[in-house]
Design a protein around this ligand. Structure first.
Ligand code: FES
Ligand code: FES
Length: 181
């Protein structure tokens, strides 16, 4: 019998107290314990990017992270990206506008990576976007449309505006804790 450990996870600005197998990945916990199935499982071994989420505002592969390692950190999933009243994030809107998906399986991970890519300041050209989005695979090969959507979203918003509300909260918590302003 496996013993469980109590873990508090903060996901999309909400706290969840869970008893978890210490070996549970963040990906399985999000999907199977919290019902947040927007984050997809592709390869389950760090190769496809389908499981990309933000942890403390930075992209992370949730299949490679144990849930216990995420305690005390701010996790943002695709479900937490939309703004008030469900208004689409500019990157989500750009993906629709540019038809940047076919089956859609890779799309949540692509969008989470794209938001981070823009925020990191790595969306100034098609080749730069291709380089910094290269960890996200699309088996439908919608790459030209994905790159177009990222470039369009980058052009319509400043890197600061690409910060989802939950990520902004995480950044504020980190700067308070570190004394940075
Ligand atoms: Fe995590 Fe493929 S499911 S990288
Ligand atoms: Fe099908 Fe990317 S849209 S895998």
């Amino acid at each position: 019998m496996t013993s469980t450990t109590p873990v508090t996870l903060r996901v999309n600005s909400e706290e969840h107290r869970l008893d978890l197998d210490p070996r549970a990945t963040l990906l399985d916990t999000l999907r199977e314990r919290l019902g947040l199935t927007g984050t997809k499982k592709g390869c389950d071994r760090g190769e496809c990017g389908a499981c990309t989420v933000h942890v403390d505002g930075e992209r992370a592969l949730s299949c490679l992270m144990l849930a216990v390692m995420a305690e005390g950190r701010e996790i943002t999933t695709i479900e937490g990206l939309a703004g008030e009243g469900g208004a689409l994030h500019p990157v989500q809107a750009a993906f629709i506008e540019h038809d940047a998906f076919q089956c859609g399986y890779c799309t949540p991970g692509q969008i989470m990576s794209a938001v981070a890519c823009i925020r990191e300041g790595h969306a100034s050209s098609e080749s730069e976007v291709a380089e910094y989005m290269s960890g996200n695979l699309c088996r439908c090969a919608a790459y030209p449309q994905i790159r177009a959507a990222v470039l369009a979203a980058a052009g319509t918003m400043s890197p600061a505006a690409a910060v989802p509300a939950a990520d902004a909260e995480a950044a504020a918590t980190v700067s308070t804790a570190t004394g940075e302003s």
